[in-house]
Design a protein around this ligand. Structure first.
Ligand SMILES: [Mn+2]
Length: 362
């Protein structure tokens, strides 16, 4: 008996932090399409249940397109049962829920799968119930118990406000698999005495804080042996990559471009992926660097490219010590200004040198 466990799809995200309006729209369509592909995977592989552990949608208000598409996909697959536990971004959008969609509420709700001895339980955490809800969870040790929750483990600093899941309070509850949602990277571990917990991570990465492989968890339940095994299935259409390029010592944008090219050579990044190039290291105050020129050079190689200049400036004060030019005078003046810290001083020096060299400020 196989099941899919996914979470944090964030369908209908705005996605406008990095992407242009057109690309954001295209990417939104892709997120929906990945959900659709996942359900097709379920249908093709005789998977009978899809667990969605929260954040199916990104916002309280869901677009008609996203809602109708999701309803349509669920209705078109009546042989698959969808178990959907809402997360902190989801609204109660399913007022006319398809028949094969199982929902949960603020108290524990359990669904027994026919003839399989498998029970799927879940509760939607909020600030009122999250304290005492664990004591109310009573499961039979004879069943194969799958429990769904959405929230963060206490040792993880989430960026969104969400209820904390008390893993300790879920021990010794006869849980075989704890299907979690909220943390966007895959994470799994032991849940004593007979189970495991798992965050599958988000189905598609959306920002550069969600780099690497994304997908869902495939559960294989052996009803006779009473075992639950699970493995990660990479499924995202595109991946995001962070490429740190140390450009210390370079003097021109051409050299920076070469350094990025060398760094890219070592990574096998497919053309359909998204790349953020981070320029780092210390560059000379007179280094001519134009991040936009670097971006334009690589923008056709990938679906999306962003260049972030995080270099700091190395000022070789000695080389200006005896420089009689205006540049030398300018550097000496700033060096003697004790009200400036080193970062600020070198930033001003860089702007000044560029201005004195007749270049645009950056
Ligand atoms: Mn989420």
């Amino acid at each position: 008996m196989k099941m899919i466990h996914c979470a944090d799809l964030h369908l209908d995200s705005k996605l406008n932090a990095n992407l242009s309006k057109e690309k954001a729209r295209e990417r939104r369509a892709e997120l929906l399409d990945t959900f659709s592909r996942m359900v097709k995977y379920a249908a093709d592989n005789e998977i009978k249940a899809v667990l969605i552990a929260g954040d199916l949608f990104d916002r309280k208000t869901v677009s008609a397109t996203a809602r109708n598409t999701v309803y349509g996909i669920i209705r078109a697959n009546p042989d698959i049962c969808f178990y959907y536990l809402k997360g902190n971004h989801d609204d109660n959008a399913f007022f006319e829920a398809p028949e094969n969609l199982r929902l949960f509420g603020g108290e524990w709700t359990s669904y027994r799968m026919e003839d399989e001895g498998i029970v799927i339980s879940g509760a939607e955490l909020d600030e009122d119930n999250s304290g005492e809800i664990y004591a109310k969870l009573v499961l039979s040790p004879k069943d194969i118990n799958i429990v769904m929750l959405h929230g963060q483990l206490s040792d993880y600093a989430g960026r969104d406000r969400a209820e904390v899941i008390n893993l300790g309070a879920l021990k010794n509850k006869s849980i075989d698999y704890l299907a979690l949602g909220h943390i966007h990277e895959r994470r799994t571990g032991e849940l004593m005495p007979r189970g495991e917990y798992c965050y599958p991570g988000c189905l598609e990465g959306r920002g550069f804080d969600e780099c690497g492989e994304h997908g869902f968890e495939l559960l294989d339940i052996d009803v006779k042996e009473r075992t639950v095994s699970h493995k990660f299935i990479p499924f995202a259409k595109r991946r995001l990559h962070l490429l740190n390029v140390d450009v210390s010592g370079v003097m021109t944008s051409v050299e920076i471009t070469q350094a990025v090219e060398d760094a890219l050579d070592g990574r096998d990044i497919p053309a359909e992926d998204m790349v953020k190039i981070v320029l780092c290291g210390k560059v000379d105050v007179e280094c001519e660097k134009d991040p936009e020129q670097v971006r334009v050079k690589f923008e056709r190689d990938f679906y999306f490219v962003k260049v972030s200049d995080e270099t700091s400036i190395a000022v070789d004060y000695d080389s200006f010590l005896k420089d009689a030019s205006l540049k030398g005078e300018f550097v000496r003046l700033l060096k003697s200004d004790t009200s400036l810290d080193e970062d600020r001083r070198s930033a001003i020096i860089r702007c000044g040198i560029q201005a004195l060299s007749g270049e645009e400020w950056q």
